[in-house]
Design a protein around this ligand. Sequence first.
Ligand code: FES
Length: 160
Amino acid sequence: MAVDSAGASVAERVRAVVEAHSTDRGALLPILHGIQAEFGYIDPEVVPILAAELNMSRADVHGVITFYSDFRSEPAGTATVRLCRAEACQSVGADKLVADAEQVFGVKVGQTTPDGSVTLDQVFCLGNCALGPAAQINGKMYGRVDRSRLVEILANGVQQ
Ligand code: FES
């Protein structure tokens, strides 16, 4: 990942994201979101670059990345399935949906299938509480999701 197809190095792209947030106070979180938006994930090689740019220790940057489940350290699958596990969705079967999804995809929450087709994530409220269990797949919201609907959505193909 040292150089992309346009010839920009990782360090240059990371610095551009940092520069875009140069006036933010407490900018690490928005920068990390920016890095993930730029690359799709936060490669461990980015950590020392960020630490140097922000005058922080590598351990501190790494600690923030690992604390927040929104950040991933490796590329996501073709479809990112985020299942809500907050209270309203739990009351209508979210835990069963998560268990079903783990069985269907053969991975645990936070993991990507070996073929790279699906990343399974959990989230705590998608703002779709009245239509639980709620799911977000590649950014698109779905309500009243159960095992068969989840399989059907993915079988019909999801947009990147
Ligand atoms: S509790 Fe699931 S969308 Fe709000």
